[in-house]
Design a protein around this ligand. Structure first.
Ligand code: NAD
Length: 353
């Protein structure tokens, strides 16, 4: 009989992600039936006390003690970006499954070390790339696959913000920067849209603007191109005072535009158009050709539903851990993401110096 016990979780790092995402998700009723927080570790005692008061879990000032806790089956790594690989490898070596925050690694060599450690341990290593499960992302995939927009030729994926920031996410020494922070989410989406076996040509522009402190990038432009695939522009910036929507998808018969809460797409049905053959003569009425296009428009709204992909990501991971379902977010699929980020750093004066 299948093991239906809740998965015992140990969380390392109780900050914005560890507390605000992982604790918040695991405590949602549908997830709480399947996962249980049994241990936490943080450098800040008050954060552990808060968890202990809420869940009666064990607290460990030293992460290694959490890894030695026999009850912990799954370790959530929600620490600084430069610690993801060492913390994931330590957890795997301790015989734990790992759900690690993004970015997977701050270098491709480190990503490979994590993959190797997962192979040697025989444990599950996966990543919080929740965009793959977000309802809006899934709807965009569905509309593209419906063929209504024709062949997709261009996509803009944007996270345009205008804000000041000065925390560790602005510092290179801990793997900060907007590319590692939000860029990796949009690159992950782009790679999903391009398809599994595609290795795109990468062109990029990483900058620092006056709006963020630190020394890492805070304005990111990445262009991905592959033969026979849409060109994809990824833009993540803290200096876009008037921003574009998250999704702009352009196909030969229509386009889709929208954000995580609402998407709209308009398209024509090519079968309904009269044929037009090329005419080498001047137009009789000096017009630029006129054709009343029979536009159709559809839309989707998340309504009051959860717009994030965290709950489905956890439920999918439970199926893998308890019922042997294929892992949804494999380390190999995330390695492609890290390869793109590494190439962007290679092209950037900010990182090559
Ligand atoms: N998937 C997402 O959408 C998403 C959203 C936010 C953050 N993140 C990721 O989550 C990670 C954490 O980011 P954050 O914003 O929560 O940072 P944060 O600063 O709010 O939290 C990090 C926590 O880790 C703790 N910590 C650091 N080193 C530790 C160690 N050795 N042992 C135990 N605890 C340690 C810190 O004390 C802090 O409480 C980052 O990698 C970030 O990229 C992901």
């Amino acid at each position: 009989m299948a093991n239906e016990k809740p998965v015992s979780v140990g969380i390392i790092g109780l900050g914005r992600a560890g507390w605000g995402i992982h604790v918040a998700t695991i405590t949602q009723p549908v997830v709480a039936k399947k996962f249980r927080i049994v241990a936490v570790s943080d450098l800040i005692g008050a954060r552990m006390d808060e968890a202990k008061a809420a869940f009666g879990c064990r607290t460990y000032a030293n992460m290694d003690d959490l890894l030695a806790d026999k009850e912990v089956e799954l370790v959530v790594v929600a620490t600084f970006n430069n610690l993801h690989v060492p913390h994931s490898i330590a957890a795997l070596k301790a015989g734990k499954h790992v759900l690690c925050e993004k970015p997977m690694a701050t270098s491709l060599a480190d990503a490979d070390r994590a993959i190797q450690a997962a192979k040697e341990s025989g444990k599950i290593l996966t990543y919080d790339h929740q965009m793959r499960f977000e309802p809006a992302h899934c709807k965009v995939v569905e509309v593209i696959q419906s063929g209504k927009l024709g062949e997709i030729i261009l996509m803009h994926l944007s996270q345009h913000m205008f804000r000041r920031r000065w925390d560790w996410q602005t510092l290179k020494q801990v793997g900060g920067g907007e590319m590692n922070n939000n860029g990796t989410h949009l690159v992950d989406e782009a790679l999903q849209f391009l398809g599994e076996d595609v290795t795109p040509k990468v062109t990029s522009d990483l900058r620092r603007t006056p709006n963020c402190a630190g020394d890492a990038d805070d304005h990111v432009k990445i262009n991905l191109m592959a033969p026979g695939k849409p060109t994809i522009d990824v833009e993540v910036s803290n200096s876009m005072a008037m921003g574009a929507p998250h999704y702009q998808v352009f196909g030969t018969y229509g386009a889709l535009v929208g954000d995580m809460d609402k998407l709209t797409w308009r398209f024509i049905n090519p079968a309904s158009l009269d044929e037009r053959l090329p005419d080498p003569n001047p137009t009789p009425d000096r017009s630029y050709n006129r054709y009343d296009l029979p536009w159709q428009e559809e839309s989707w709204s998340a309504g009051n539903a959860d717009q994030s992909g965290y709950v489905p990501l956890y439920l999918s991971l439970y199926e893998t851990l308890r019922h042997g379902a294929p892992l949804a977010i494999t380390p190999e699929s995330v390695r492609r993401n890290i390869a793109v980020l590494e190439e962007c750093r290679r092209q950037s004066a900010l990182y090559s110096a």
